[in-house]
Design a protein around this ligand. Structure first.
Ligand SMILES: Nc1ncnc2c1ncn2[C@@H]1O[C@H](COP(=O)(O)OP(=O)(O)O)[C@@H](O)[C@H]1O
Ligand SMILES: [Mg+2]
Length: 202
């Protein structure tokens, strides 16, 4: 299965989502994370060799792809519409992370407008959700009213997500009790992806 994580905006949790979903799918079958972003954030995250899955650059990926059951692609900050088209055609599912901020939600609606005519299989993931804020509470309603397909699971705003890259680990292995909540939510997202894919193939 090929899953691409994309958004028209940076800072919405693409790399964080790619890394944690790769960790989830690695628990099921060999998983490769392709870092297609020029910033190479996922490759830097993996430098200490503490991640459970393999990370390759786009240039390094072709020879490896056949060795893995699942491929997760972390894409660059601002893809051109053509790149979005290529991603939609080349993957089984697109994941569009967005924070509850108005601007990010607005940009997500624009991304979906581009994807709709492509018949792409996509789903929006709310990230950095702080349930104490009105913004966060309103975001899900906004997405539902805009009739965008969204994951039931939402990713909470947690310090562990900010700190785990410098330790080279996922929040699953981050030494803080609340970090586990973040890992459970990404597990939930992984399970929803499995459900979607099994519905498609049946
Ligand atoms: N759920 C979260 N809670 C707190 N911080 C987060 C969360 N997800 C991502 N971040 C932080 O937000 C910043 C942008 O996330 P990143 O995954 O790099 O986004 P992108 O790849 O879309 O640019 C990073 O500093 C990251 O640690
Ligand atoms: Mg990134």
């Amino acid at each position: 299965m090929i899953i691409a994580i994309t958004a028209l905006k940076g800072g919405v949790g693409k790399t964080t989502t790619a890394v944690h979903l790769a960790a989830y799918f690695q628990t099921l079958a060999p998983t490769l994370l392709i870092d297609a972003d020029k910033n190479r954030s996922a490759l830097v995250w993996s430098k200490e060799d503490k991640l459970s899955f393999y990370v390759a650059s786009q240039a390094g990926a072709p020879g490896l792809i056949t060795k893995f059951t699942h491929i997760i692609i972390d894409t660059q900050a601002r893809p051109e519409p053509e790149e979005l088209e290529d991603l939609a055609a080349g993957s089984d599912m697109l994941i569009l992370p967005t924070t509850p901020n108005h601007l990010d939600l607005d940009t997500t609606v624009k991304a979906v407008e581009l994807l709709k005519p492509l018949n792409a299989n996509y789903k929006v993931l709310l990230t950095k959700v702080d349930s104490r804020t009105k913004n966060s509470r309103d975001a899900k309603k906004f997405l539902e009213e805009a009739r965008l397909p969204i994951f039931r699971a939402e990713i909470p705003l947690l310090v562990a997500f900010q700190r785990s890259p410098s330790l080279g680990v996922t929040v699953k292995d981050y030494p803080d009790r609340r970090a586990k909540i973040g890992w459970y939510r990404y597990q939930d997202v992984g399970k929803e992806i499995e459900q979607v894919m099994s519905q498609i193939s049946s």
